[in-house]
Write a protein that binds this ligand. Structure first.
Ligand code: ZN
Length: 502
């Protein structure tokens, strides 16, 4: 039987300082060569067989990626794939170029992948090396497969060449591991990642990494009055739904969290009583990607040993049809005492998140961030290239957007607030789950969720429009993108968002 968690095989990543001469290229099977838009002849001369490469590039159409694919006349017959990029290209363009180059280089038998970035300022060179390593680590990771013959590895090792001084790649590597875990969990078939086994996998991860694990069963949740979560969970054909909380405590064991991450873990979304048609239901085993991103984030944070206590919350259930499934017009009471009139059983994500956000905010973190494949309307608004962000701190919109541009996982802010609740006025309860026909469901969903945050805790909600993008997105080559790990790490480490919450 296939292991349910990815094996710990890691691609070794080394760096070689000094000029990338013939000797440096000797162990390289495939070389990614990244050059500036204007590459003077003097720069070509610094590369072994540069004159020949320059001649080939002249003949290829400008802007093609790769610009050239050829072999060096050395012992290994090193495959060279090259591309040019503007020095001031943004992160998304750098990562996209890197993904395409890695795909061209790894189309053949796995070997040692060399990365050579020349002709840029040091900062730009390092950013491009980072993009190439991120793309290689994403491409080199095989998603779960259940075929009789297992897929061969795509990359044996990575070697960054031509550096003046070593780059610290620990963050890139930790983020890659987090993204890989998020994609792995998302890609698992729904009969393998079911509600029970998901909780077990999280327990195993917790054991491996020294995190505290607590599972709130449906019985526990009944005692806590989590009627919104349980409305969805009651449709499961067994009692396996749960809310799982993991705690990362790098220093003291019994402190409150500074950061709480919350993820939608709907392991299969049939739509419930309001059943989805075939095409919309086909990939609904991925409706737990928000929670997978939370798992990936906790792994990256823990690997980097960030000195921040973090809680990670997983709202795990199926959304099923059946005699016990909830229906339109049911009225349920959430953990915070608010009554909800259900309208559409396919709007289950906000139901399971509502109570989970209440529990997360009761622990008084400085910041909550939640991730969910929540609405179709956010995709209608953004396509699958960006994800939507929503917050109860509207003055954060510029920094949220800027961070997305800076790291290459791009987001776009939308408004939420009381005025939108006018559309969610209910005749029978405190609030309606959603508006029956009004446009802007992503805004309604965000405004609805805000009602379940206690203590006015600063909160960011990420509606993962970019969770799946055909052909891959930025550095990630698979349709499942694991979007959110890189973005959040950038919020924490580049934007220093936690300092804004004191
Ligand atoms: Zn749904």
């Amino acid at each position: 039987m296939h292991n349910t968690l990815p094996d710990s095989h890691e691609i070794r990543c080394t760096q070689r300082l000094g000029r990338a001469d013939s000797k440096a290229l000797e162990p390289i099977d495939q070389l990614l060569l990244i050059l500036p838009k204007r590459t003077p002849t003097a720069l070509w001369r610094k590369i072994p067989q540069g004159g020949k490469l320059q001649g080939l590039v002249r003949k290829s159409p400008a802007g093609a990626v790769p610009l050239l694919t050829t072999r060096l006349a050395n012992k290994r017959q090193t495959l060279v794939v090259a591309a040019k990029i503007a020095a001031d290209a943004d992160a998304f363009d750098r990562l996209t170029l890197a993904r395409k180059l890695v795909a061209a280089a790894t189309a053949e038998k796995a070997g040692t992948l060399g990365i050579l970035v020349m002709g840029f300022e040091t900062d730009e060179q390092h950013a491009l090396c980072d993009a190439a390593v991120a793309a290689a680590l994403a491409a080199g990771f095989n998603l779960p497969e259940f075929k009789s013959e297992s897929a061969p590895p795509k990359i044996r090792s990575i070697r960054v060449l031509g550096l003046d001084k070593k780059i610290n790649l620990s963050r890139t590597i930790a983020e890659a591991k987090g993204n890989n875990l998020a994609r792995w969990l998302t890609a698992l078939p729904p009969n393998i990642l079911d509600a029970a086994s998901y909780a077990t996998m999280l327990k195993e991860l917790a054991k491996d990494h020294g995190w505290q694990y607590k599972r709130f069963s449906t019985k526990d949740l009944e005692k806590l009055g989590a009627g919104a979560f349980l409305a969805v969970a009651q449709g499961n054909d067994d009692d396996s739904a749960s809310i799982v909380r993991l705690r990362y405590r790098p220093l003291k064991k019994d402190v409150s969290p500074t950061l709480s991450l919350v993820g939608k873990g709907v392991i299969f979304d049939t739509g419930g009583t309001n059943l989805k048609p075939f095409a919309s239901m086909l990939n609904m085993h991925g409706d737990m990607q928000g929670s997978a991103v939370v798992a990936g984030l906790l792994l990256a944070i823990s690997d980097l040993k960030l000195p921040v206590p973090v809680d990670a919350w997983f709202a795990i259930t199926e959304n099923r049809t059946g005699p016990s499934a909830y229906k339109s017009q049911d009225v349920v009471t959430a953990a915070n005492g608010k009554t909800i009139q259900t309208i559409h059983t396919d709007a289950e994500g906000r139901m399971v998140l509502a109570d989970t956000l209440t529990f997360a905010s009761r622990e008084k973190p400085n910041l909550i961030i939640d991730y969910a494949t929540l609405t179709g309307s956010v995709i209608g608004a953004l396509t699958t290239r960006y994800s939507g962000v929503f917050t109860n701190r509207a003055d954060w919109h510029p920094r949220l957007k800027r961070t997305g541009r800076h790291c290459g996982e791009r987001v776009w802010p939308f408004p939420i607030g009381k005025e939108f609740l006018e559309d969610l006025k209910s005749d029978t309860a405190d609030i309606q789950q959603c508006a029956a026909k009004a446009p802007g469901d992503h805004i309604h969903a965000g405004s609805f969720l805000a009602e379940f945050i206690e203590n006015d805790t600063p909160w960011v909600h990420v509606d993962l429009a970019a969770s799946n993008h055909k052909g891959g997105l930025a550095h990630v080559p698979t349709e499942v993108t694991g979007f959110g790990v890189r973005y959040t790490m950038s919020l924490l480490l580049d934007d220093h968002i936690l300092q804004a919450t004191h």
